[in-house]
Design a protein around this ligand. Structure first.
Ligand code: I3P
Length: 295
């Protein structure tokens, strides 16, 4: 999400490249229990021949914001992408190159010969080599307060790695971690009440974590370009694994895991605080002893 599709605008708004699918979702979300978790949507605008979605700037008023984008769900491709890959495959050279850059052994012999992979194949590979397929979410990127964006989470798979990333992102600040934990729990409640969530397959959507030095911390649902109404014959649960045809996105699997990792990060940050306090007390006692010796 970060940077790519955005153009800064004035007056606390951002402009995002227009997508009909996303605009329809945002419109519906403005009248849904999820509204407090979605950036305010102000319709669309055309500028210089390009159409944009107008959204409230989630960073406005924040001092040197720290941001984390977590892509939610057990898969990031739509079922149509899979069908397309089987029926009329289009090869993507750019995706083949991105794949080889991360792991030269990932493409099959045939893909190496073609120097291309289908989009589905690339997205599925990304899901399987990151925590998406197993944990139901992955960290896409983190921007620290100095503005540097880290994207080296592509192969992050284990719960311990995720907890460590959360501690580093929040600099182990307990009040920030606790604020995130409460917000995730509140989101879970709102999702249970949401008619929108019941009726949509939420693919490739992110949770944007944002905090700054003044201790403001919040989480927002963003990126609805691949969120579509589920067929009326399908009753989505969001908390069961995906199998071709069941349309499940695993959004709640990811949310539960993420909430539990933030909980673990809270415990670890609390332990580290106690340890640091112990070390500080130890060094004060040491200094006092030394002072006694010199007198
Ligand atoms: C991109 C990422 C995007 C996807 C994009 C990929 O890969 O999966 O979500 O856009 O496809 O290139 P990566 O993050 O590894 O660079 P969509 O979600 O819109 O499909 P694209 O190149 O066709 O835009």
């Amino acid at each position: 999400m970060l940077l790519g599709n955005f153009q800064l605008s004035e007056g606390g708004e951002v402009l995002k490249r227009f997508s009909e699918v996303e605009a329809v979702c945002l419109q519906a979300l403005m009248a849904d229990p999820l509204r407090p978790f979605v950036p305010q949507y102000h319709g669309s605008v055309t500028k210089g021949g390009e159409s944009y979605i107008r959204l409230k700037d989630l960073l406005s008023g924040l001092k040197n914001p720290v941001i984390m984008d977590c892509k939610m769900g057990v898969r990031t491709y739509q079922e149509e992408e899979l069908t397309k890959a089987h029926t009329k495959p289009t090869l993507r050279t750019d995706m083949y190159q991105k794949m080889v850059k991360v792991d030269p052994t990932a493409p099959t012999v045939e893909e190496h010969e073609q120097r291309g992979v289908t989009k589905w194949r690339y997205l599925q590979w990304r899901d399987n080599t990151s925590s998406t397929a197993t944990l139901g979410f992955r960290i896409e990127c983190i921007m620290m307060e100095n503005g540097i964006v880290q994207r080296d989470f592509k192969k992050m798979l284990t719960p311990a790695q995720v907890t460590e990333a959360l501690l580093s992102f929040t600099k182990s600040q307990l009040h920030i971690l606790k604020a995130y934990h409460s917000r995730l729990q509140a989101l879970d409640e709102a999702l249970k009440e949401s008619p929108f969530f019941k009726a949509h397959e939420v693919i490739g959507s992110s949770l944007l974590f944002v905090h700054d030095r003044t201790s403001q911390a919040s989480i927002w649902m963003i990126d609805f370009g691949k969120t579509t109404p589920s067929p009326s014959s399908v009753q989505l649960r969001h908390d069961v694994p995906w199998a071709e045809g069941n349309r499940e996105d695993g959004y709640l699997i990811g949310l539960a895991a993420l909430t539990s990792f933030v909980g673990q990060a809270i415990s670890q940050a609390a332990c580290r605080q106690v340890e640091n306090h112990g070390e500080e007390m130890g060094s004060v006692a040491h200094t006092l002893q030394e002072q006694e010796h010199t007198h």
